[in-house]
Design a binder for this molecule. Sequence first.
Ligand code: ADP
Ligand code: MG
Length: 404
Amino acid sequence: MTEQSPTPTFASRLPEPRVAPSIADTADHHLEIEGVTKTFGRGGSRGGRNEVLKGINLHVARGGTTAIVGPSGSGKTTLLRLIAGFESPDAGRITLDGEAVAGERWVPAHRRNIGYVAQDGALFPHLSVGQNIAFGLDHGKYRGRKVVAARVEELLEMVALDGSYAKRRPHELSGGQQQRIALARAMAREPEVMLLDEPFSALDAGLRVATRRAVSKVLAKAGVTTILVTHDQAEALSFADQVAVMRGGKLAQIGNPFVVYTRPADRATAEFLGDAVILDAWLEGSLAMCSLGPIPVRHPTTQGHVQIMLRPEQVRIASDSPIHGTVLDWDYFGPESSVRIKLADRPADLALDSRVPGGGEVITIRHWNAAMARKGMDLALKVIGEGVAFPLGEPAAGPSRLAE
Ligand code: ADP
Ligand code: MG
């Protein structure tokens, strides 16, 4: 089996391939989900069957952080509720510490030692903050007012709030503080596994990042195995050491954040996880020829006519390059601008190769210097790193697909 080697002119211009950090697939799985399915509704005249989870397999390492990311309605909350024990699967098995808790055996929610912070936080409004947190405590272990008060204060400190907050009512707190109290209440049970259902989505941007960092620190320090559900791609990529992409009741891809972002399994996953530049290309060996020139592809699974995917930050403005484009317009965002560029016709050194598609496509890249990108400006462009090749005809993640 011989792989066609790239022509020297291409090879000499290739950047060093990036090396992805390897995924440490530890054998010490704290939580295992195997072949889990869940359907709501029994069909008939009162509404159809809704197959929400269609065979989920997921392993979570002890002390690890997994983010389940997917569009609204894709089944994320349902999966968390199955893990917590609030619902039971129709088929498949959920294992905690090597012992089945759903499937061949049933362990009820209160015996699973799992903390759960629901989508809306849901503090008891009529109880003080201190009473809310104390609610989660094991009252066999923490007896007496003083002991309980001291533990509540400890838990408040854990989420970076001082003891004086114990007397407040939930409505006297900001959204971020309420979320941290909800976490403290869940931590009060000293769970081994923490399930967080979009706990930061109601917070505004700055507070969201700060709260996410604080929560992540608390959980990491306590060594709690954590699953975070979110529809926010950036949140998933920054929070977790393992990202599982959920789409239509299935996990489309599981991997570390770097891998799922730079080497998405399919086009819909690529577009869900961030902006993507996608061009028609001709793939021969491990080089894809397209309007941005020859682009190296790691482990291609197909050959010939493909679509090549790059992240916008891989396309750079160069001082000298045979690849050119003209600025159509741009959006200024402060630290960087998003620049729309119409690519020139097929690059000169590929002009004779009729198999190479493209020329004239419009792409969007990012650049820090708005002055570099005025309308009508001709820019030289170069590509950094590798692209990902998808077979032709893979559907894009249009709005209807994402909403399924
Ligand atoms: P996500 O959290 O990803 O937004 P959910 O798991 O909440 O998605 O919901 C997935 C699908 O399951 C939706 O179509 C929702 O209407 C349906 N669903 C969730 N819970 C129930 C339930 N208890 N009964 C009937 N349908 C449900
Ligand atoms: Mg949900």
